[in-house]
Ligand binder design. Sequence first.
Ligand code: CTP
Ligand code: CA
Length: 236
Amino acid sequence: AAAEPVEQDLAGLSILISAGGTREPLDPVRYLGNRSSGKQGYALAQVAAARGAKVTLVSTVDLDTPEGVDVQRVETADQLREKVLGAAVDVIIMAAAVADFRPARREAAKIKKTFDPAHPDDAPTITLVRNPDILAQAVQARGTADWPVLVGFAAETGDAGHTVLEHARAKLARKGCDLLVANEVGEDITFGKDTSTVYLLRADGGPEATVGPADKRQIAAAVLDAVRDLITVRRS
Ligand code: CTP
Ligand code: CA
């Protein structure tokens, strides 16, 4: 039987989605990375394309290319930044886990275990520098314009002072994006898993929503519903 036709409710929209964790090189063979699998970003790209959007997926990982999606590979936050800030699109969804810091130096040659023959038991100290905050720069570049719609993701853990939701509300206010998708993370939750629970927080004061536990495809659909609703409000 033919597959059920998907409603083309995102037709005419161009969407850039970032996916995966950035890799910040230390030397030609090593990098600082994180546990992001990229699955949520790929699910977003797949669902958005199926619903008629023109989708560019800027990715640090090699998962199967979703049908109809233009995939562009990057490694570092700096490379991702160039793609994101250089894009002329209606919507930017920052699902990537961007490293906050990178090694200050990328050594041209592999770092050797014994790097100072006078002190054979020494270990090197790696100095880090801050990476650009891509989402914050996109917010700044937009200024007072309505476009592009900007969506952030936040992986949060609760702590003694605040719940996951409290951290997420503060982050939404701090970031200045239109929508924040927050999920709780921990050793056993979310990373690399196929299901999770997320909160959708809107900057326009619209209702907060909880989605899940649901698979990443269902979460993607709910995020894209929220984006579509924001755009409907913005255009009216
Ligand atoms: N982000 C970004 N550039 C960075 C860091 C994060 O664009 N250098 C984006 C992420 O892609 C995500 C959002 O900002 O959409 C929130 O990322 P997160 O790491 O949760 O926020 P931070 O502001 O880095 O705060 P912290 O890590 O201290 O919680
Ligand atoms: Ca961060």
